[in-house]
Design a protein around this ligand. Sequence first.
Ligand code: PA5
Length: 443
Amino acid sequence: MVKINVGGCSSFVKDAEYQKYVEKALAAYDVLEAESGAGNDFLGWKTLPVDTPESLIADCEAVRDAWSAKGVDLVVVIGIGGSYLGARCAIEALSHGFVRKAGVPQIAFAGNNLSEDYLAELMDLAQQRNTACVVISKSGTTTEPAVAFRIVKEYLEKTYGKAEAAARIVAITDAKKGALKTLATQEGYKTFVVPDNVGGRYSVLTPVGILPIILAGFNMREMLRGAAEERAALLKKSADNPAVQYAAMRNLLYSELGKKVEILVTFHPKLQYLGEWWKQLYGESEGKECKGIFPASVVCTTDLHSMGQFIQEGDRVMFETTVTVQNASREVVIGFDGQNLDQLNYLSGQHVEHCNKMAQLGTQLAHIDGGVPQMEVCVERLDEASLGALFYFFEFACGISAYTLGINPFNQPGVEAYKKNMFALLRKPGFEAQTEEILKRIQ
Ligand code: PA5
């Protein structure tokens, strides 16, 4: 289960002020729990850990087994934003960093950019492999995944024939509407549904995350169990509730101390994509009406050698939340060297993770001295259950935090702005009227 420590903020905030924000967060908690706030038709994510049917997991495992029987060793997962970040986060966190597990396909993500080189190189890989594809778009109309899917679909049909290609494609989309739904029905693809009442960035525990995570060889039942345990803990309304504490402290730091940037810190490279998933969750949920904390992320100690100077001494706009993992999964001990030319014998016999923890503590203290408040979110180990707990914790806390700030956490009206310009520039039918106007602006 997730633990939180807000002690690294104590030298920056007065206790009475913190208590005031705990009260505000508890009021927001009530709104979230009573489902009476803005966007309350998008709260389906709250019960996913306890109401995901076993038949859905079994159905996803059947896809895994069918593709395994065909010898599939590459699955291209197409999606953008909430339609890929959760799965990518889980898969990168749980996978070996360098060696692919025998019998498990490589998962390659696509449709999250419009780079021609990226797609060309992905198709180079597909040509060397036995390939299948999962295409994910809740709306079924997003341009980036649609472009990638058109290219991958054409490749699969040319390589394996139309019927076999259809058996190598799964679509995850709306139950009824959208271009992807129409296409999937017409081509006879196996389809999973993104529930209407779950927004993209809250969808990691729907088929959007479940299928890719199962295909990558991980235990979704354990992830849901971890999320369900976390949900049970967070349903206890109190000032000690970790989600309430997190929401209260970040709102206080933002509203009273002008800390407009939150950096999610990890000392585990495998958690780099937790930062990417979290940035979307908080950025898209809170960044509205000219309000919101700007979410950033760093991986340490790597980024202490790039961003460390700014965090220590640059503009004092930020606070940090470090996601810590109590126990390493593997052991590497630093040896003794008779010559000691590298002068590291003082570390001989130590676990590398001990050095990592001391680096983390040293960094947190230095950053407090430098005026950067610190929070810590902790899990026991990096496994499926802990990730499920982390996903649920951050989602639940995001709902409370955004309601504390007076924002609807479940819409994303600003995402449309770039699309209108892009469509006009690409001369998409229906957008011609804006094209000349936009062309004038960029000349
Ligand atoms: O959180 C969200 O709703 C968005 O980030 C979407 O996930 C993203 O825009 C992709 O949308 P879709 O799944 O409809 O293609």
